[in-house]
Design a protein around this ligand. Structure first.
Ligand SMILES: *[C@@H]1O[C@H](CO)[C@@H](O)[C@H](O)[C@H]1NC(C)=O
Ligand SMILES: *[C@@H]1O[C@H](CO)[C@@H](O)[C@H](O)[C@H]1NC(C)=O
Ligand SMILES: *[C@@H]1O[C@H](CO)[C@@H](O)[C@H](O)[C@H]1NC(C)=O
Ligand SMILES: *[C@@H]1O[C@H](CO)[C@@H](O)[C@H](O)[C@H]1NC(C)=O
Ligand SMILES: *[C@@H]1O[C@H](CO)[C@@H](O)[C@H](O)[C@H]1NC(C)=O
Ligand SMILES: *[C@@H]1O[C@H](CO)[C@@H](O)[C@H](O)[C@H]1NC(C)=O
Ligand SMILES: *[C@@H]1O[C@H](CO)[C@@H](O)[C@H](O)[C@H]1NC(C)=O
Length: 573
């Protein structure tokens, strides 16, 4: 009896199959613009946002495009018209399924498009037509009437439990270090919270995180509070009361993880019944942030440190757990896989983010050097102890340097689109004497079960919308060769990828019962576990995942949405 009771818990704990996936790269097509920001939109479409800086892809009026849709079906890009400069924006999907991109690049050419992007709010979708031609598949902007309260460059956008967007930090201008009078050490929301239209909330945390505080890595915790990490400090913030509830211990060993010392962060999978939140940050730099940019070097080693902390009272008492990667890394993307493992990919072994400004960068045109062309896998299954989690087994070398302004995102098919890289303030194509020309080639990193065409699990039918804390039935198929004992259902936000951060990346493991080909799932208990908005469902059997199926979590209404689902409180700061 006892063992029967324990079995489901043990299975839920062991979220990762032991099977080693053999991955392969295939190059196909050119992105037309540089996907500085890359967002998975639908089964057939990816969105790319860039800067207007000489891209080969042209708008119908002959101007160079700085935004584009990427068609997964034929590996081509089509331009998207936008008004403001989308370069270095942040964003997220909000509760009604619209993708919101905020802030961006200052005005570059007076009288010429694009317009100043720093107060920009760009609304896209929902876009349901597979070829991206239908209603909702264009960028909507109304800069005179819909804009941020202040100018921002390099802020983070985060969907919070009421389904709206929290906009965190940034600078008013292009900069390497975020310091001096141009910092924007404040928080605002879209839509604005009652009584806060046109105003911002100053943040002492962001002041204290200077000068390594651009794109602060941020996550919503199961308590509904927001965890923010920048430089080597982190805090827990209560949106409702506008208070910083606590500071956590510094990241050990002087490691700093926000831009321009870009490390990458993930909230590890939230697993029922406890949903205990653990945050992981990997890479970045342990350089002294008081050294002037010109005295840093493109050859300064990045850190090889990953650090994780569980955000419960006990977890914080234990403090940060430090792990070592086989390689030093900066500017690295982290891609949450449906299995719950994290793929660490792209970036460099040495140097920093930003346009050429550090020692040695004038000669090469890049603040970083020594591209890291082989990814790593951070395994999160409970069978892996500290020191065993990071592996490069099965992961190939890409053959293409992808450092500053590169990106990687999982597609609905379940493979990884890897694209971009441009350390230069303009498009630089060969022949050139600069080291890392602008990269337009697109690659896919395919798991063996896609490449070899072996049968995969599939979600055959699922509702397009689900409420919180409800049992819902799906029809699935599981190939005979896979052991249906090791089944995981992953509800995911695939994130808004830019500058080594997967903003809004989230994986909630769903409780389930499998009866033949009927899979009964229990949706997330409430809007703190999964802030209401669009999601992807993946079925993972024996470490092999299905294609993703889109589902709206919550009622799909405009933000703000009221608290929904079970009122149970979880052990989370
Ligand atoms: C590249 O994509 C095109 C269009 O989808 C396809 O026909 C072609 O087979 C692909 N090439 C490779 C090498 O995968
Ligand atoms: C790729 O597909 C899109 C959407 O169907 C279409 O608009 C575009 O013309 C296609 N491109 C090519 C080169 O076939
Ligand atoms: C975090 O950074 C600050 C400012 O550079 C430094 O004083 C402090 O020692 C660092 N913390 C750790 C644990 O290295
Ligand atoms: C930076 O480099 C300059 C020129 O080499 C030197 O004079 C200065 O002392 C250095 N500053 C720091 C803080 O290292
Ligand atoms: C790069 O070159 C510019 C222009 O010559 C110069 O002002 C700057 O100091 C140089 N930067 C470094 C880090 O050497
Ligand atoms: C690279 O080439 C450009 C244009 O030919 C020239 O102005 C520049 O000095 C060269 N840079 C280096 C580092 O050789
Ligand atoms: C989603 O909500 C935002 C904020 O209220 C609104 O501006 C936008 O138009 C909404 N999207 C749709 C498709 O209604």
């Amino acid at each position: 009896m006892l063992s029967l009771l324990l079995t489901p818990l043990l299975l839920l704990g062991a979220v990762t199959a032991q099977r080693t996936i053999e991955w392969t790269f295939v190059q196909n097509g050119t992105s037309g613009v540089i996907p500085v920001e890359l967002i998975t939109l639908s089964p057939t479409l990816m969105l790319q946002y860039d800067r207007a800086d000489g891209n080969p892809l042209l708008l119908p009026n002959g101007e160079k495009a700085w935004a584009a849709l990427w068609h997964l079906e034929n590996n081509t890009a089509t331009p998207l018209d936008t008004i403001t400069d989308t370069f270095c924006a942040g964003g997220a999907f909000i509760s009604n399924g619209t993708l919101v991109s905020v802030a961006g690049q200052p005005l570059e050419d007076p009288g010429q498009p694009p317009a100043d992007g720093r107060m920009g709010i760009r609304l896209f979708g929902p876009c349901t037509s597979p070829d991206g031609s239908g209603a909702g598949c264009t960028v909507f902007e109304d800069p005179a009437n819909i804009h941020l309260a202040v100018t921002r460059w390099y802020p983070t956008g985060l969907r919070i439990p009421d389904g709206s967007l929290m906009i965190i930090g940034g600078s008013n201008t292009n900069t390497f270090y975020n310091t001096g009078p141009t910092t924007e050490n404040s928080i605002e929301f879209f839509p604005s919270r009652p009584g806060e239209a046109g105003t911002v909330r100053p943040s002492q945390f962001l002041v204290d995180a200077e000068p390594v505080s651009l794109f602060p890595r941020s996550f919503v915790l199961p308590s509904g509070h927001v965890f923010v990490i920048a430089n080597n400090i982190s805090m827990i913030y209560d949106v409702e009361t506008n208070t910083e509830l606590m500071r956590l211990p510094d990241i050990p060993n002087g490691v700093r993880v926000a831009n321009p010392f870009d490390g990458t962060g993930q909230l590890l999978p939230l697993i029922p019944p406890l949903y205990e939140p653990t945050v992981l940050v990997c890479g970045g730099s342990a350089a002294d942030d008081r050294i002037p940019a010109a005295n840093l070097s493109t050859l300064d080693p990045a850190t090889d440190q990953c650090s994780r902390i569980t955000l419960t009272a006990d977890g914080v008492k234990k403090g940060w757990e430090v792990e070592t990667m086989p390689e030093q890394r900066i500017l690295m993307e982290s891609v949450m896989l449906p299995s719950g493992d994290v793929l660490l990919i792209n970036g460099a072994h040495t140097g920093y983010s930003g346009y050429p400004s550090v020692g040695g960068s004038n000669a090469t045109g890049s603040n970083s050097a020594n591209p890291a062309e082989r990814g790593m896998l951070y395994r999160t299954g409970t069978q892996f102890q500290s020191g065993q989690r990071i592996t490069q087994e099965g992961i190939p070398t890409s053959g293409i340097p992808r450092m500053y302004h590169s990106s990687a995102s999982i597609t609905a098919l379940g493979n990884i689109m890897v694209a971009g890289s441009n350390p230069h303030p303009a498009v630089v194509e060969p022949p050139t004497n600069l080291s890392f020309p602008t990269e337009f080639r697109v690659q896919y990193l395919n798991p063996d079960f896609i490449t070899n065409g072996s049968p995969r699990p599939a979600i055959r039918s699922a509702p397009t919308q689900v409420a919180f804390n409800q049992k819902v039935r799906l029809t699935v198929s599981i190939p005979a060769g896979l052991s249906s004992g090791d089944v995981q259902v992953s509800l995911m936000d695939l994130g808004y990828v830019t500058h080594a951060q997967h903003s809004n990346s989230r994986l909630v493991v769903l409780q389930h019962t499998l009866l033949g080909n009927v899979l009964e799932i229990t949706t997330p208990p409430n809007n703190n576990i999964y802030p209401p908005g669009p999601a992807w469902l993946f079925l993972v059997v024996d470490g092999v995942w299905s294609q993703g199926v889109q589902v709206m979590v919550g009622d799909g209404g405009n933000p703000p949405r009221a608290a929904q689902g079970s009122k149970v409180t979880f052990n989370s700061l």
